[in-house]
Write a protein that binds this ligand. Sequence first.
Ligand SMILES: [Zn+2]
Length: 335
Amino acid sequence: MSTPTKTRRAKPKASSARKKSVRAAGASNASAAAWAKRVTGRVTILVAPTLVKFPWAVHGFSTRKGGASKLVPVHSKTAAQVLNLGFTEWDKREAVEANRDSFLRALGATKMRLITLRQVHSDAIHLINRIPPDTLSGDALITRERGLLLAVQTADCVPVLLADTKRRAIAAIHAGWRGTLARIVAKTIGRMHMEFGSQPADIFAAIGPSIGRCSYEVGPEVATQFSSQFANAVEWFDVPRELKHGLSEDQFVAGDGPNPLKWLSMMPPGHDPPPPSVQLDLIAANRWQLLDAGVPPKNISDSGLCTACNTDLLFSHRREQGRTGRMLAAIGIRE
Ligand SMILES: [Zn+2]
């Protein structure tokens, strides 16, 4: 605790990200509370209002600020120092290890053992009772053991951290569109119930920075898969504005609002014109899984930050065309 720690309110730069968080605030009071930016040395991390209040747990979401890695961003010729926490091919192993040390210092978790996964966009959840001898493949980690720092890596996908305050159990989840479709968040809550007796009402959740509805275009096949899995999937999709103009009212409007899925389903597969893309709100889909599992709205908070709209602060695989780093979302139980 020798490093001075400053805390200030997180300020999303992009107006679209800000609007998102305001819109999300309608569903939950907790999401209206701003996340804090915590600066330790040169490292900036984000902490969630729903988790920061529990003294038995430590948690944080890294940003790109304050690292030892040298990255030449895709739209620039000048290398920038970034906090890359994943073993990407452009980076040196020593730099990533130094960055991970800095991140643990910023969390106040230098004595904890960092547990990460080989992430495979699955619904595989691992119960961690001791330090695994090899890196496990999967996309979620749960534990009740002290001293283990569970972490998932992201650069657009949705990181979700959970804390059950009654049973003192925790989870770290990686949910891209495939994991979201496979309901990894809902399944992790189910697994916590099975292993620890966790009740959803006692679970607090933080949904970290990820690619927002504003920036996440997907093909119609993704929309079709979501609509076949979730009755309310239509709420998570937008048709890009420029495509709306070519549509008649009854093609586009169904019930309360725009229905891109209805429209998409009217297009016969394999016919021209090629089906348009839609914009997917992965955060909303994961928030819904938390709510559907029984987690109270006031226990859920999302950062309101879109990775693609905030590449000064965050890594975005899509916006930076793959030439980017990885952030960690981490949670642990103090010794
Ligand atoms: Zn965006």
